[in-house]
Design a protein. Structure first.
Length: 560
């Protein structure tokens, strides 16, 4: 008996000892997350990523591997998608290889700041909240956060969503888009959260919700064969600019990518990719702003490898209450000068700073900006030949060559002017050369007539001396406003000249302030009011709006 008890005691002690070393069984309780260490602010780079790209002959880009139709790793192990093919075209133009690295939305910015990749694509879209850590190129595509309804739904526009049961997937950009749209519109739908888009789509088909909010391409994929039973509203909830991200202050790489985007747009390579990957997407000529003198090729050698930046941002000075120093407010056209002044005055009002106008001559304004004597120059044409040592804001004015015809005319383009008469402004030989070049491009003959600026309308309406007037759009607007219903512009723009503010080089904080304010001025209708008779409503270009809050560095940039 004692031997049996002793044996039992030995086994119990052995079991207890083994239990201490056993692998613990996981519980179903959700573990408590430990606070992550805050990363240090990235130091300002001294060299652009261009130096590494040129030295190694490789452009490293971080992309998502599960984001069709932008970037996707197929079952065959191949990367494909719109962004992938666009980056291959860019790298080919530079004469380097492109190497793709998989990133996630959670680690993409860290990978960029550590230098694991030179740029990001598809992983992040251009929202204001990201620009404290990274910089974005200009947009190369505009996506939509869209609204899907059943085919028989009476819904026609997002403005009708008040009180409507609308589904949204938790943790997606659609949630963010809904919040921003609600902030600007003041309209609140009855939101129903879902964990997956498939479940949300099923709820829409079953009538549990009446609208589904998500990225447009995702909605098209989830609908699949059920697409005839649903429809996507024509007006999106939010427009999302697709752009490449680079390290903050890497202005040379940002400019190199911008110029490459513009070159591929001008050579129609981007349009071809859009037709392949988004055959049903409406293509807008203003989606990609192309500057003057892009050139026939774009290479890294055209841009500096060293990074220079001001010791202090203009934003810091303004927040301390110092005046905004401006130049270039005057212009050849009084309407343009008035717009420049009104716009600068309104921006300064929203920033609560005084304005000091510099007396520097027109020929010296950009040099004065490069030397730090002024903060901003108004009315500067977006032109690569003037881009050295400065940065540009987003554009606020578009002008270019247009055809003006009588309202009853059937002329829609140059093809309809075969063997007809085209008027240009008296002595404007360059305008005639441009008109002749368009005619030659489609192998037609046109005849010339010279008219005065004042007499352009009478040339068409009273004297019948020409079938169309070919001139700068700003020269024609006064005639259209004076003769409503009797004159019109044909739809096509034959050239695009964008005007913007010239800003100090590599000052992203001040550029953000200017761009965000311009966007708020556009969103609240102030820019349209400032233009007065300068632009027709339909001629306001599709300016790139970066989604995000109207609050910036403690300033409310929205109209008060």
């Amino acid at each position: 008996m004692n031997r049996w008890l002793a044996t039992l005691l030995v086994f119990c002690l052995l079991a207890a000892a083994l239990a201490q070393d056993a692998t613990p069984v996981p519980t179903l309780a959700v573990p408590t997350l430990l606070p992550a260490a805050m990363p240090e602010a990235p130091s300002r780079p001294s060299q652009s990523a261009i130096a590494d790209i040129s030295a190694r002959g490789v452009f490293r880009v971080g992309v998502l591997y599960n984001n069709p139709p932008y970037s996707e790793l197929t079952w065959q192990g191949e990367l494909t998608g719109f962004d992938i093919e666009l980056l291959r075209e860019i790298a080919a133009g530079w004469g380097v290889e492109v190497a793709f690295s998989q990133v996630t939305r959670m680690n993409a910015i860290d990978a960029l700041q550590r230098g694991d990749v030179h740029a990001l694509a598809s992983a992040l879209l251009h929202y204001r909240g990201y620009e404290d850590e990274i910089e974005f190129t200009q947009r190369y595509l505009v996506g939509h956060q869209a609204v899907m309804a059943r085919a028989d739904s009476p819904l026609q526009a997002p403005d009708e969503l008040a009180g409507v049961k609308a589904g949204v997937v938790i943790g997606t950009r659609a949630e963010m888009a809904l919040g921003l749209w609600r902030e600007h519109s003041g309209i609140t739908p009855e939101t129903r959260p879902f964990f997956t888009l498939d479940r949300a789509f099923a709820a829409l088909r079953l009538g549990e919700i009446d609208a589904l909010l998500a990225e447009e391409q995702s909605l098209l994929r989830v609908a699949g064969e059920e697409l005839p039973h649903v429809r996507i509203l024509d007006e999106p909830l939010l427009r999302e600019p697709h752009a490449f991200a680079v390290r903050r202050h890497d202005a040379p790489l940002r400019q190199l990518l911008n110029r490459s985007i513009q070159h591929l747009a001008e050579t129609q390579q981007i349009e071809l990719l859009q037709r392949e990957y988004f055959p049903d997407l409406a293509r807008d000529a203003d989606t990609i702003v192309v500057w003057q003198h892009v050139g026939e090729e774009v290479t890294p050698s055209q841009f500096a490898a060293e990074i220079s930046a001001p010791a202090e941002s203009t934003l810091t000075r303004l927040l301390e209450g110092e005046a905004l120093r401006v130049a270039g407010l005057e212009a050849d056209m009084p309407h343009v000068a008035a717009l420049n002044r009104a716009l600068v005055t309104e921006m300064a009002r929203r920033w609560a700073v005084p304005v000091v106008e510099s007396a520097v001559s027109a020929d010296a304004v950009l040099q004065s900006l490069r030397q730090g004597e002024v903060d901003l120059v108004a009315g500067v044409k977006l032109d690569w030949q003037m881009a050295g040592g400065i940065n540009f804001s987003m554009p606020y004015l578009l002008q270019g060559d247009r055809l003006m015809v009588p309202a009853r005319s059937q002329v829609a383009n140059f093809y309809d002017l075969r063997n007809r008469i085209v008027a240009v402004m008296l002595g404007d030989d360059k305008a005639w050369q441009r008109a002749q070049a368009w005619a030659d491009s489609i192998n037609i003959t046109i005849r010339r007539f010279d008219t005065t600026l004042r007499g352009a309308a009478q040339t068409l309406l009273e004297h019948n001396n020409a079938n169309a007037v070919f001139a700068n759009s700003l020269q024609l607007v006064d005639h259209l406003n004076t003769n409503p219903g009797t004159l019109k512009l044909t739809e096509r723009w034959y050239s695009h000249d964008y005007y913007a503010f010239a800003l100090g080089y590599n000052d992203p904080d001040f550029r953000q302030l200017v761009n965000y304010t311009l966007q708020e001025v556009i969103l609240d209708g102030s820019l349209a009011r400032m233009t007065g008779g300068l632009l027709l409503g339909g001629d306001l270009p599709d300016f790139s709006i970066t989604p995000g809050s109207s609050q910036f560095v403690g300033l409310n940039l929205a109209s008060a």
